[in-house]
Design a binder for this molecule. Structure first.
Ligand code: KDO
Length: 329
């Protein structure tokens, strides 16, 4: 009898041990982003986490760090490369710092709309460019998400119609060459500032304006400290939900599939919500007292496209890439 008792106690201990060992074995996925909680791409990370909890219960421990609380904006790729971070939503501008060919996706007025964006990255073009990131940066892109179409958002109400009207306007851009080039190409004086400092910068007047997609202007409440939105539509922007390749390569084939599937569910959610929001937000901003201007988009497009084609960036673009991107229908 006592032997049976000892045996069952041992089984019990083994069972408890097995359960806790399983939990400790869950793959920790720490994600860092500058996004604020109410923005769609932050919510998309919760969708990713919830989806994995459903499809691979107990296998992943997803930790989401918002507001750049873990890593500064733009330092996420290096953090993943050093093995300090598992996941992030990186930008083409981040990637272009290490892979110059990627600067083609930082060019204003190239990607036409969210559907074109999705098609381009799902095509052979996307495959080739994702492979460069895997090979040269040791980062696996899981999927592309639509960050929105960037518009100008200025603190004063001096009407902006053409690039000339932006002369001398201190336009905040995220801090990298590719971003600053875009701000200057629009006709403004581009000023680098981290995302988390933009609200105060607008409030105190250290900057005259910023550019972001409308859902972000709402989520961060930039409308409280600005007076106008200029619908330039200058960049159909993307975020690439990515994983350190070392983390990705350590997963089983089944886990890799589940991670990619969860990323697809998450980006689909983000894209749907963001596109819906972009349609309805103009009224919201009008009610908040902002002027909404429809500028001479053709004038902005011509100036910006010429600036890119004549730029140093374009020298690093693969032969014929602009035509190939334009041809994706
Ligand atoms: C921004 O700093 O304006 C930007 O929109 C740039 C994007 O690449 C991305 O980093 C985004 O901020 C953050 O995710 C915050 O929304």
């Amino acid at each position: 009898r006592s032997l049976v008792r000892i045996a069952s106690a041992a089984i019990c201990t083994f069972a408890i041990g097995a359960t806790s060992a399983f939990a400790a074995d869950a793959v920790k996925l720490r994600i860092s982003t500058p996004a604020v909680e109410s923005d769609w791409h932050a919510k998309m990370l919760t969708v990713f986490k919830d989806e994995l909890a459903k499809t691979a219960p107990g296998e992943f421990d997803v930790e989401i760090h918002l507001n750049a609380s873990l890593f500064k904006q733009g330092t996420e790729p290096a953090a993943m490369q050093r093995g300090n971070l598992d996941m992030a939503m990186i930008s083409a501008q981040d990637i272009a710092k290490q892979i110059p060919a990627w600067s083609v996706f930082t060019a204003g007025y190239l990607i036409r709309d969210p559907e074109h964006q999705k098609k381009v990255f799902n095509s052979d073009i996307g495959k080739k460019f994702y492979q460069m990131v895997a090979d040269d940066m040791n980062i696996e892109i899981l999927d592309v998400g639509y960050l929105g179409t960037r518009e100008l958002n200025l603190a004063n109400d001096k009407k902006i119609t053409t690039p000339d009207d932006l002369k001398g306007v201190k336009l905040r851009m995220p801090g990298s060459d590719a971003w600053l080039f875009l701000g200057n190409a629009l006709g403004a004086d581009a000023t680098p500032l981290a995302f988390g400092e933009v609200y105060t910068g607008l409030q105190t007047g250290t900057i005259d304006g910023q550019d972001n997609p409308l859902p972000t202007v709402k989520a961060v409440k930039f409308y409280e400290v600005t007076k106008q939105i200029v619908l330039t539509d200058h960049l159909v922007d993307a975020v690439f939900l990515s994983m350190a390749k070392n983390t990705y390569d350590d997963l089983s084939a089944d886990q890799q599939k589940k991670v990619k599937d969860a990323a697809a569910v998450a980006t689909a959610y983000n894209n749907k919500m963001r596109i819906e929001d972009e349609k309805s937000l103009i009224d919201f901003f009008k009610k908040e007292g902002l002027s909404i201007y429809a500028p001479d988009v053709a004038a902005f497009r011509t100036k910006v496209q010429n600036a890119y084609l004549e730029s140093e960036f374009a020298k690093d673009w693969p032969e014929g890439i602009v035509e190939q991107i334009n041809a994706v229908k």
